[in-house]
Structure formats: structure tokens, C-alpha cells
Design a protein around this ligand. Structure first.
Ligand code: ADP
Length: 491
């Protein structure tokens, strides 16, 4: 803050878009207030960009791609820029962590964890881009055939508000490593660290015009970006309906997309599992970031003989959980905005009304500001697996737990939603670990552990309604590039 890319005005800090390496207001001059979820108070503002701003940013990114040097630079050189960006994220880690926590309401230690993951993304992709290569292919006599991995061109990244800095890093790290240029539209509720990281990218030596940021509402800036004819590829993380809208917009130009659309991820606990080891991880998998995590473990399936023990263990822990302001660094912070809080509260109320049993509830810190968007954690027990609360993504601190009878039943229940992002399997039986991991329809399966968020090296993405395409790890570099086949007829 206080950077050349923002100015201080009476109501707070006015952040700017970053287009062609320069700070830019929306052409309309319109702005969006930035609220801190912990107290609901305005502390900054961002440009409310529209179609004309998007058009400008995309044309800049297109020109930067066409003219180089970024797209033609040796991969190792691009990698060095990303490595320097990682180092700059570390250098500015305290500022970035504090900004992320204030902007999203997440507890201070989660903001710090997000900085660590962000550094790691740029470090990983800084070292990975020059390790991707094509093949030579046995072909006809007198021919040599080979493949190259080429960048798409302009990548549009539409980023959600739950882990803005991390999700930006997984998009930007992979896209930039492969030589694409970027136009990023962060969420209107959490844009600040994206603007800061793009400034640091310039400092790291990434040329002007390669990493552009436009802020604004999804329906305006987001819709214009996903439909722009000069955008070559769209990557999105967010809700399924918005993912559908973005795919429809990109389809008009027949552009490729990566879609990460959330989940209703199961954790399957067999009776032979180390229950004491599982319990804190079961709780953390839903409470981390207030449950606003795509890969949150929001359904716990328990083999009937240990159901009571697990339900009681979860209830004991849930009743002690406390939500409070980000700087108090409690178990969870406020939810991102009033709409999200009301949505979660509405789903909880509907489940109660439908007679779903509440096993335990956490609390909101008594001194939490009245204007904050708090939701106490709720644990629902003996839930009908087909109940709305067990089927739909809540994106809040709400856990459902229900029993199963045998392995086949567990797999049927685990696969019994529209989603398929992540799953956890808890058992000491090695053969069962393999069988269940293979039968569960999820992009990631953890055995005797669970990784909500993080896991930079691990390919990540969904089956079914959770989306398609893969982020993280080397796989993301394939999504962020296209194969070109070249055939030489040399006789
Ligand atoms: P939420 O409904 O909680 O805001 P979304 O999945 O809709 O979650 O938002 C994730 C991102 O998608 C944000 O950056 C948002 O601005 C953007 N977005 C929302 N609607 C659209 C749209 N119609 N087209 C493109 N982007 C959109």
C-alpha cells in the first residue's frame, strides 16, 4: 500500500488496475468499496472496470504476446523471473499476509500460510517451465515428426475470493512459465493482493503488458473478459453456475477453458482407522478458511461401529470452535460478505427446519464487531445422504456426518453427489486403501490424511460438476499450452 499504484483518498486506499505496467482507473471512473469482513467497514476501493477497460487490457496482452519478448524468451529466463517473484513475495510477506487477511477476513495465520503457498507456486513454476518438452514420434520412412508445447497466447484468469493470492499464483505461475500473457480479473470482494502481486511481477522483471489486472464485477468485467475474441484461453475457479456462464461466453469464440468448480468432498472413516489421528484433520478440513475452500471435506462418512465415537469427537471439538476478527487469529474468521453469510445461515436454518439433527455448534467471539459477517460452525449428525445440506456445497463452516455399513456402501455414498473434487480415506488396511482410492470419483484422494488447499506439486481438478482440466503441478503446464505437431518430409 502507499505504492505508486494506489493513492490515498479520504475513504481509504484507492487501488488501481495494472495495464501495460501502468496504474489505470476504470475509464468510467467508477469504483467499488472494499470492506473488511471482520467489521464490515470500508477501508479501500478498486476500479469498477467495464467492457472498454477489458478491451484495453486484452489488446495490451495480445500485443505483448505477439511482439515478445516474453513469449519467445528461453523458458529458463522466464523461470528466473518467476523465481524472483517468489523471492519478492517472501520479502513482502508480512504486508501481503496482512492485506489478504484484512481483505478476506481470514485469520492472520491463514494469511501467512497463503503467502508461503504463493511463494512456493512461483518457485515451483520458476523451476518447472524449462522441464516441459515435446516428443519425437516414430512415423513413416523418410519423415521425422516431433511435437512442441506452445503457449495459447492471452490467458484470462478469473479468480475467486476465497484464496485470491494462492489461486492467482497457480494460474499465473503456470500460464507465465509457458510463455502466455495474462489478463487477470480478481473477485470484486478480494482484489487487493492480486494488484500487489502484479506490481511485484514488474519488479521481478516480467515485462510490461505481460501481467495485467483489471478489477470489477463479474457481470461486467468478468463477462467481457471471458467473451473477448482476443482471449485465447480462460481459466476459472468459482461456483458452477458462473463456470457455466464463462464456458458459454468462451464457447462463442471456441476457446479452451480450465474449470475448477468446487465440491462436496467426502472423508470416509473405516472402523480400523487411527481415529485419534483422523479427528483433528476432519475438523480442520472443513473449518480452514471458514469452510470457504473448494476442497473442504464437508461430508464425513463413518463406518457404523465407530460412528458414535467419531460423532462425539467431532461434536466436542465443534463446540469449542470460535469465529472472530482476522487479527484475533481464532479458529475461523468472518465469511467474505453479508450475502455469503446469509446464504450459509439460510442453508443451516433450512436443514434445521427439515429436522436434521444438530450435534454441536461453535460460537462467535463476544467481542467480534457487530458489523462483521460471522457464522458459527455447525455440525449436523445422522444426516440423510440425500438431504440438501449433504448434497449442495455450503461454502461455510458446516459439516455433515453420517454412517455407512460396508465398503460398497461407503463408495456409493462418497460418489453420491454431483461433485468429485477431493476425497479422504481413513483405514489401516492397505488393500482397501487402494481399492477405495481407485473407486472414488475425485480428482485427488488422500489416504490417512487430507489436504484442503496447498499441495503445489499435486495435480488438482474435478470430475463431474467439479469441473475439468487440471491445475497445480506439471499438469497445469499442459493445460496452459497446446501441442503443435511438426512433420518433416526429408526423403
Ligand atoms: P460468488 O457468487 O461467490 O461471487 P463466483 O463464482 O460467481 O462466486 O465468482 C468467482 C469469480 O467469477 C469472481 O471473480 C467474479 O467476479 C467472477 N464472475 C462472476 N460472474 C461472472 C460472469 N458472469 N462472467 C465472468 N466472471 C464472473
Amino acid at each position: 500500500m502507499g505504492t505508486p499504484h494506489s493513492r490515498t483518498v479520504a475513504e481509504g486506499i484507492a487501488f488501481m488496475n495494472l495495464i501495460d505496467g501502468q496504474p489505470a482507473d476504470a475509464l468510467s471512473g467508477e469504483r467499488i468499496d472494499v470492506l473488511c469482513p471482520s467489521d464490515g467497514k470500508v477501508f479501500a476501493s478498486i476500479p469498477a472496470s467495464g467492457t472498454a477497460d477489458v478491451d484495453r487490457a486484452v489488446k495490451v496482452a495480445h500485443k505483448a504476446f505477439e511482439d515478445g519478448p516474453w513469449s519467445r524468451m528461453p523458458a529458463v529466463e522466464r523461470g528466473r523471473c518467476l523465481t524472483r517473484l517468489s523471492q519478492l513475495v517472501e520479502k513482502h510477506g508480512d504486508e501481503l499476509a496482512a492485506l489478504e487477511s484484512r481483505d478476506t477476513g481470514k485469520p492472520a495465520r491463514q494469511g501467512k500460510a497463503d503467502v508461503t503457498a504463493t511463494m512456493r507456486y512461483y518457485e515451483f513454476y520458476g523451476g518447472a517451465g524449462d522441464k516441459i518438452h515435446g516428443d519425437t514420434i516414430p512415423f513413416l520412412d523418410g519423415y521425422t515428426a516431433l511435437t512442441l508445447r506452445e503457449p495459447h497466447g492471452v490467458v484470462a484468469g478469473i479468480i475467486p475470493w476465497n484464496y485470491p493470492m494462492q489461486i492467482l499464483a497457480r494460474v499465473a505461475g503456470a500460464a507465465l512459465a509457458m510463455g502466455n500473457t495474462l489478463v487477470v480479473k480478481p473477485a470484486e470482494d478480494a482484489s487487493l493482493t492480486t494488484i500487489r502481486i502484479a506490481q511485484l511481477a514488474l519488479e521481478a522483471g516480467i515485462p510490461s503488458g505481460v501481467f495485467n489486472v483489471i478489477t470489477g464485477y463479474g457481470r461486467d468485467a468478468g463477462a467481457a473478459l471471458s467473451a473477448h475474441p482476443l482471449v485465447d484461453y480462460v481459466t476459472f475457479t468459482g461456483s458452477p453456475p458462473t463456470g457455466t456462464a464463462i464456458q458459454q461466453a468462451a464457447a462463442v469464440n471456441n476457446r479452451g477453458v480450465t474449470m475448477e468448480l468446487g465440491g462436496k468432498s467426502p472423508q470416509i472413516v473405516f472402523a480400523d482407522a487411527d481415529l485419534d489421528a483422523a479427528l483433528p484433520i476432519l475438523v480442520n478440513a472443513i473449518i480452514q478458511n471458514g469452510g470457504q475452500t473448494c476442497s473442504a471435506g464437508s461430508r464425513v462418512l463413518v463406518e457404523r461401529p465407530v460412528y458414535k465415537r467419531i460423532a462425539e469427537g467431532l461434536a466436542e471439538r465443534f463446540s469449542k470452535l470460535v469465529a472472530g476478527p482476522h487479527d484475533a487469529d481464532l479458529d475461523l474468521g468472518a465469511l467474505i460478505n453479508a450475502r455469503q453469510r446469509d446464504r450459509v445461515a439460510g442453508m443451516v436454518a433450512a436443514a434445521r427446519e427439515a429436522g436434521v439433527q444438530v450435534l454441536a455448534e461453535g460460537s462467535i467471539a463476544p467481542d467480534a464487531p457487530a458489523g462483521g459477517f460471522y457464522q458459527a460452525p455447525v455440525l449436523f449428525g445422522s444426516v440423510d445422504p440425500l438431504a440438501t445440506i449433504a448434497q449442495e456445497e455450503v461454502f461455510g463452516p458446516v459439516l455433515t456426518v453420517f454412517p455407512f455399513d460396508d465398503e460398497a456402501d461407503a463408495i456409493r455414498l462418497a460418489n453420491g453427489t454431483d461433485f468429485g473434487l477431493v476425497a479422504g480415506v481413513w483405514t489401516k488396511d492397505g488393500a482397501r486403501q487402494h481399492r477405495v482410492a481407485k473407486k472414488v470419483r475425485a480428482g485427488q484422494v488422500f489416504v490417512n490424511g487430507y489436504g484442503a488447499g496447498g499441495g503445489i506439486e499435486l495435480p488438482f481438478g474435478g470430475f463431474k460438476k467439479s469441473g475439468h482440466g487440471r491445475e497445480k503441478g506439471f499438469e497445469a503446464l499442459y493445460d496452459m499450452s497446446a501441442t503443435k505437431t511438426i512433420v518433416f518430409n526429408h526423403g
